[in-house]
Design a protein around this ligand. Structure first.
Ligand code: FDA
Length: 308
């Protein structure tokens, strides 16, 4: 299984394949399960439908690693429009942003300036922006940028970040972020990382996830536990119950199209759930990372393609 995971992650970086899939009808048919659609309107429609099930949303305009400053500004424009639309439509939704889409690989100053503007807009709308975490080369700079924006006046509730339980450094990062009052989304981590920086085995990642989940749950700020792993979900629920932590103080997060049964079950049990809804034309790397997490999805997708 780890070989398949690495293979899909390697494929996620394959440019010719990406071009082919993102521009073909087969590709569009393939991605329907995990992607809300190509346009903002598709995402807003899906967000409304998800909200009707009592589930909150975070919207992700797909795209990473832009190649110029103007592309970064265009990508940010989509998020500004999203923040306006969320408010206009009264959606229970916030936004998730990748700093490489905001120009981080061009210059850290550019990404910080664009993300700072977005956080200001989110704050003016009484909304929230989550900075997704990318591969470990970018962990430190991502945390630095989030910290600096968070420290600006009026930004305390407008920006949060993601911590990946597979990184050895994450416990220290969580402890520091909790001191600073920065909201965390805890996940296991989706990239191919070497054993020098990340736990190589799933069992170790799971232990780390639960240890960090407990730190986050013990903290009074509102944090998120992002996983589809039912054993993690059950362990979080058990810890919260045992320590009398009000379920309104945290949320579970899952990806659009993944474990919808579990999402619904948690809502029925009175837990808060938020679904990460990606949309846009640049869906290929995101999609391949989802296959890496669960190669069985390939069979599921193949059946759907050949059925329709
Ligand atoms: P894990 O991969 O350990 O699998 C356990 C079980 O969960 C599987 O056996 C299966 O039952 C179920 N499952 C998992 N994935 C599935 C799938 N795709 N389809 C069907 N079932 C599945 N990563 C990152 O590096 N940076 C980030 O910013 C984010 N952001 C983020 C936001 C949200 C809302 C979520 C849910 C996840 C992320 N991730 C992420 C991805 C995360 O790091 C991780 O790769 C995936 O969530 C998979 O890990 P799990 O804990 O879900 O289960």
């Amino acid at each position: 299984m780890p070989i398949l995971r690495s293979a899909f992650i390697a494929l996620s970086r394959n440019r010719p394949l990406r071009h082919f899939f993102e521009h073909s009808a087969v590709g569009t048919r393939l991605n329907r399960r995990f992607i809300a659609g190509m346009e903002i309107e598709d995402a807003l429609r899906v967000a409304e439908a998800v909200n009707r099930q009592g589930i909150a949303v975070t919207l992700d305009s797909l795209g990473e690693s832009v190649t110029s400053e103007s592309e970064a500004h265009l990508a940010a424009e989509v998020y500004h429009r999203l923040l306006e639309s969320i408010q206009k439509l009264g959606l229970n939704a916030n936004v998730s942003v990748k700093l490489t889409q905001m120009g981080l690989e061009q210059s850290a100053e550019l990404a910080e300036s664009i993300a700072g503007e977005l956080a200001r807009h989110a704050s003016a709308m009484q909304n929230f922006m989550r900075i997704d975490m990318e591969d470990s080369r970018l962990t430190q700079i991502t945390l630095d940028i989030v910290r600096r924006i968070h420290a600006r006046a009026g930004m305390r509730d407008a920006i949060g970040v993601v911590i990946q339980a597979y990184l050895y450094r994450s416990q220290a990062d969580v402890e520091q972020l909790l001191i600073e009052g920065i909201r965390i989304r805890l996940c296991k981590g989706a990239y191919n990382e070497p054993p020098e920086v990340a736990f190589p085995r799933k069992a170790e990642v799971d232990v780390s996830f639960l240890k960090l989940a407990q730190l986050v749950l013990d903290n009074p700020f509102y944090h998120a536990l992002a996983t589809h792993d039912e054993s993690m979900v059950n362990a979080v629920k058990a810890y919260a119950e045992e320590h009398r932590i009000d379920p309104a103080r945290f949320e579970f997060q899952m990806l659009y199209g993944v474990r919808r049964d579990l999402q619904r079950k948690l809502v029925a049990q009175g837990y808060k759930v938020r679904v990460y809804v990606p949309f846009g034309r640049e869906w290929y790397p995101y999609f391949m990372r989802r296959l890496a997490e669960r190669p069985a999805n390939v069979l599921f997708l193949a059946r759907n393609i050949f059925r329709s």
